[in-house]
Design a protein around this ligand. Sequence first.
Ligand code: SF4
Ligand code: SF3
Length: 540
Amino acid sequence: MFCNQCEQTAKGTACTALGVCGKKPDVAALQDLVIYACQGLSCVAHAAAQKGVTDKDTDLFLYKAVFSTLTNVNFDPERFVPLIAKAVELRVCLQAKLNPLGVPAPDCDAARFTPASDLDGLVAQGEAHPLTALDPDADIASLKQTVIYGVKGVAAYADHAALLGQYDAGVAAYIYEALASALRTDLDLGAWVDLAMRCGTANLKAMELLDAGNTGTYGHPVPTAVPIGHRKGKAILVSGHDLKDLETLLKATQGKGIDIYTHGEMLPTHGYPKLKAYPHFFGHYGTAWQNQIKEFGAFPGAILMTTNCIQKPQASYLPNIFTTGLVGWPGAVHVGNEDFSAVIKRALELPGFTDDEDRGTVNVGFGRNAVLGVAGAVIDAVKAGKIRHFFLVGGCDGAKPGRNYYTEFVEKAPKDTVILTLACGKFRFFDKQLGEIGGIPRLLDIGQCNDAYSAIQIALALAGAFNCGVNELPLSLILSWYEQKAVAILLTLLSLGIKNIRLGPSLPAFITPNVLDFLVNNFGIKPITTPDEDLKAILG
Ligand code: SF4
Ligand code: SF3
């Protein structure tokens, strides 16, 4: 295996024997084969689009198939088998529609690919088509990986949005083009930079759709204090990013004497009016994904994983953990079709919390609507010199010790600065009492990683109010990345021309020195150094 798609890749280069995430070589090969099969489908779909032939169901399948290869989503080999078969089936169906139009089948191996009949055969096919066998030119290969990994993030958000009825054929059209292009060796660096920027644009659209889905279905988040303790009673912990799964669970547990707690990226869901209305939607438990082994082991109820990031469930809680949607782990029970009765049954068997514990609250719900609702006060505070600077400290969390940088950065940020945050990196500092500036909390949780859309809208609105560009605002982006949704978000920010982003805890292994030079020269991207040095460089 050779996988370098996430930040914790082995030795900063690639996982070659076993994934640091727990991914085994057979799963790595099957994920590569899913992408290869989707590339074959993409060649046909991209040609079809030129003829005005599109198919929404094919697009929705594409999102799921590509999302399933994202870090920490699915570790169950069997689950990839139908995805590979379906990609080929849809490719053949689409080509059959093109034949009468005189559009020949694309002349590439991926568009002729036939899956092996058993799992071993599929693994061998995946090994024969490694994702990283992309290009003889190292810099083009680097950009191809950037695009393919970004595409995985786009697919994830597009899938979430589609579950809430939000869909745009243009997002799928970009993915087809990108995946088909990755098979070519005749595109130059300029073409790949363009594809990378357009990946950012496609991701902005996907995040916008998801924002419309989330806020349209559940209302705009409102500032909400969320208990981080617990109360006596049966309990279910829900993790991941999927609001619809959460709503389904809340409905199914009404009146059953079970409290619902969030974990990881589910924390911001407490701010949505139509979700917080459920009286048994009690509070938040634990921190970010990399702490789940300790935290899930101590949770006295059932656990539902709706999306990434799942880690290998320990024997102590394997009977308590359930996966749904695209998430999978061999041996963990998968519940589909929005039927969570098995999760509820398990929660009722388990003891639940046997006491009340008050550990205070954390505040969520500072999405674009809430923040822009007090934009006048924010602008006045900036003009009066009460707010000197805004920092967006956001992105993924992870296990590396270097991620303490983000905690220290927030602790050391001067008292006349405001911290905006999003995604699971916030758990490094989410419970810190940073106080207020003139009634404006110094720590504002915008939401999940996909709420980068909301952060962008806030930045654009502030730039409009100050009559300047986003790069001229007293705003610095201090980002942490781990998986491929963060790659997509980074490309979105670059595609919007946002400069001087500080990125850590380490730079992607798939970026070559030349591509890094390009990013530094054109976008001023900087690796994080130390909180003191970076704060001094930003604030002077
Ligand atoms: Fe390694 Fe990350 Fe790939 Fe897992 S997803 S195999 S940790 S690079
Ligand atoms: Fe976290 Fe996995 Fe990226 Fe949605 S839950 S941000 S790492």
